[in-house]
Write a protein that binds this ligand. Structure first.
Ligand code: B12
Ligand code: SF4
Ligand code: SF4
Length: 385
């Protein structure tokens, strides 16, 4: 419970100001403060959310069903909860070039290299945000005195984007992500629930999507039912990360060379011209994942997979799902070469031979998930090359 000793002589506004400064000092780029009443006013959500669940747009993500149960009862998440602080943390790494959106879009046209979403190329963001939220909470206690808290980064059933909108961090874009005029959308969100009372900082951000529909139009799998409405079961991020089983045949060619997540609906967003690089080094690229050859990644043994992805969110999908995703991208190499008229010198025989050899080996893999996708990839490869 809150032991409000130190903040006695400070006004609510002064406390908020100090808290915000501590948030920025803890590596966060935006900080929004909400009183408990504001955690309850999201009454628009349940209707939409019911529809979402009813339309079965969540696939294997059964945990989304639980969200509703907890939604109006933040007390269940943190007993005696009295306020929430929503934070954003930028994740573009320090090497990011000014024209990064173009650079990344070009990578999608190189069928021989795998595309790993920018957010997943470095350390697991859940770990990074949790660590920095802990630092932030310690700083807050030096302003307010001791209090109880819970750090939420995806693991807790709350609506982070809706809270961030209420906290004035940005607006929800048509691609369903949170956007900010000064930072685009390349940031993560986290929430600190506190049993200490804070006052809401009233600030609202207008929707700046206007007539733009670029994200909806670019989506490779046509996953948007319309603006602000996503059928998650068609999203490549869902298919490559959340979905554990066989990828539907008709969606495989649309995945292209994306082997973990997808950034297209952000790469095309005009507001991402203003995206900022991370203030922490945790998101620096590991294992050359910003431009790695599919055949190299497909050659990793299981222990290599575990070692190389230690501390990364990619580890969570497991070795077989990793191989499944790369097999699909390998199966797409031939058709994508035709599409982009891609003819680099080195690819001629050496890469093809290596890909065929690796795929043939995986047809008899003990994991059906791997063998099914390797067989498909091999038939795609052999029929077109
Ligand atoms: C589950 C999940 C996913 C799922 C589903 C996403 C989705 N939009 O539904 C999948 C795996 C597809 C996904 C993908 C991605 N995600 Co995600 N995801 C989450 C998570 C854990 C929960 C979101 C959720 O509850 N979704 C369920 C839907 C129903 O909720 P909703 O989007 O709020 O939708 C409401 C309305 O838009 C509308 N609606 C939306 N769709 C539909 C459809 C129908 C039929 C109806 C009727 C209504 C409706 O009604 C809903 C309820 O009010 C959040 C973290 C969190 N705790 O919030 C991260 C989060 C949203 N993801 C994040 C990221 C980074 C991504 C990716 C960019 C990762 C990547 N590069 O591959 C992609 C982007 C895809 C996209 N365009 O959304 C960040 C976003 C940061 C930001 N700037 O906004 C978050 C906040 C994680 C974090 N801690 O930072 N994600
Ligand atoms: S992440 Fe990719 S597949 Fe998912 S909605 Fe955005 S563009 Fe479509
Ligand atoms: S691409 Fe256009 S419509 Fe989509 S989120 Fe960005 S500004 Fe909004």
């Amino acid at each position: 419970m809150n032991g409000d000793i130190k903040s006695k002589n400070l006004s609510a506004r002064e406390i908020n100001k100090k808290i915000k400064k501590s948030g920025y000092d803890s590596g966060f780029s935006s900080v929004g403060i909400l009183a408990i009443d504001d955690l309850k006013i999201l009454n628009k959500l349940p209707q939409d959310y019911d529809d979402y669940l009813e339309a079965n747009m969540y696939g294997d993500m059964a945990y989304l069903e639980k969200k509703l149960q907890y939604f109006h009862k933040p007390d269940k998440i943190l007993p005696g909860v009295q306020s929430a602080i929503v934070v954003a943390m930028n994740y573009l790494n320090s090497e990011t070039k000014q024209n990064w959106q173009k650079v990344e879009l070009t990578k999608l046209e190189n069928p021989e290299n795998g595309y790993v979403s920018i957010y997943a190329r470095g350390r697991d963001y859940h770990k990074v945000l949790k660590k920095n939220l802990k630092i932030f909470a310690d700083k807050i206690s030096s302003i307010t005195g001791k209090f109880g808290h819970r750090a939420c980064v995806d693991s807790v059933p709350i609506f982070e984007i809706e809270l961030a909108v209420l906290g004035g961090i940005g607006w929800r874009g048509k691609n369903t992500l949170l956007l900010n005029k000064d930072q685009g959308s390349t940031f993560f969100l986290g929430v600190l629930l506190l049993d200490y009372p804070l006052e809401t900082e009233k600030s609202s951000v207008e929707d700046h999507c206007g007539t733009c529909m670029a994200c909806i139009d670019i989506c490779p799998t046509k996953a948007f039912l319309g603006p602000y409405k996503l059928n998650a079961t068609r999203c490549i991020s869902y298919l490559t990360i959340e979905h554990k089983g066989v990828i539907p045949l008709k969606l495989r060619p649309l995945i292209g060379n994306r082997i973990y997540g997808c950034d297209d609906c952000q790469l095309i967003c005009p507001w991402n011209k203003f995206a900022k690089v991370a203030q922490v080094a945790d998101f620096d690229v590991r294992n050359g994942l910003d431009d790695a050859r599919l055949v190299d990644l497909f050659s990793w043994t299981e222990s290599e997979f575990r070692d190389r992805h230690s501390g990364s969110s990619i580890l969570r999908i497991g070795y077989h799902q990793w191989l499944r995703n790369i097999a699909i991208a390998l199966g797409n190499v031939a058709s994508r070469k035709e599409k982009y008229n891609y003819r680099p010198e080195r690819s001629k025989s050496e890469t093809k031979r290596k890909a065929l050899q690796l795929l043939r080996k995986r047809i008899t893999d003990s994991s059906p998930l791997v063998s099914i996708h390797a067989s498909w990839a091999l038939s795609e490869y052999e029929s077109r090359m």
